[in-house]
Design a protein around this ligand. Sequence first.
Ligand SMILES: *Cc1c(COP(=O)(O)O)cnc(C)c1O
Length: 359
Amino acid sequence: MAIRISPDIAGITPYSPGKPIEELEREFGITDSIKLASNENPRGPSPKALAVLGEAAKTLNRYPDGGGHYLRRALADHWKVSPDQIILGNGSDEIITLLTKTFLEAGDEAVMADPSFVVYKIDVTAAHGKLVQVPLYEFRHDLPAMAKAVTKKTRLVFVCNPNNPTGTYVTAAEVSAFLQAIPPDVIVVFDEAYYEYVTAADYPDTLAILKAGRNVVLLRTFSKIYGLAGLRIGYGLTTPEIVQHLNRIRPPFNTNSLAQKAALAALSDETHVRESRRVNTEGLASLTARLTALGLHVVPSQANFLYFDVKQDGKALFEALLKRGVIVRHLGGTFLRVTVGLPQENDRFITALQAALAS
Ligand SMILES: *Cc1c(COP(=O)(O)O)cnc(C)c1O
């Protein structure tokens, strides 16, 4: 007899990560392939983080500190908030899961942009909430339309800033007008996974919005600029009340001891962050110029990736790049997303793309 499953869960398409390098090389019989598909830091982890792992590994027989005391205290000092305003997650992904499980009852609505980060859709649906997706306008969040989409049933609004997959951002003025149109008891989640890469002067200071007492959650992660994606650790900055509610269902040991210690070290490694941002900013400019010169339309990005229109079957081009050992992301239709790599990786990508476009 067939097992029973909620139609909500049965309707979810599993998240599809990029193809692992090993699998690609086996399949096409190639070596030296490069992965520019998951917005990882091509410079690697912070050396300070690597340096603490050996010692930290000696206590792996022990459970981690479930409260993440030292890391939360360091983050609190760093952002000038109280430790009780910080929640740690197994990646910031887990905090999205905690938010939807905690605040959505069946049929409650969550507003988000489309396309945006796919995890919101999965988690809202898994929590039996109702997705309200508002199309991007010129590749950016349409905040006025998102505000209009809020109803009495809305509990959560996701603003992915910069947005994945487009790399676009919304400004301080736009966010300020948006919040004025949203009831204060609706939780606005600003997913700022690429926060440390942003260089735009008019990017919103959401921490100030939090400190002014709004029900906002700022999601940050050690997976992107800090280069610790494999350890799975991220955090949320929010109100003590929201942290308390999330803690009711947070798994007791959700962040592991290696991750907590490496994150603590990485947080203090300002050189690694600064240099990673510099390499990225240069890479964005260089890739934008070269893609544009190839006649492709490139969307301006504040993150560590570019979303561009190849003006032909994106899937076929994605596969042609794969055969040349370059892994990017195909995001439907004629659009691809490429992560900014090291200069030599960017060169390799452009060479492969030129060849793929010509074939
Ligand atoms: C990469 C990413 C995250 C971070 O994921 P982790 O779970 O922290 O690794 C969150 N939001 C967006 C939009 C991302 O692109």
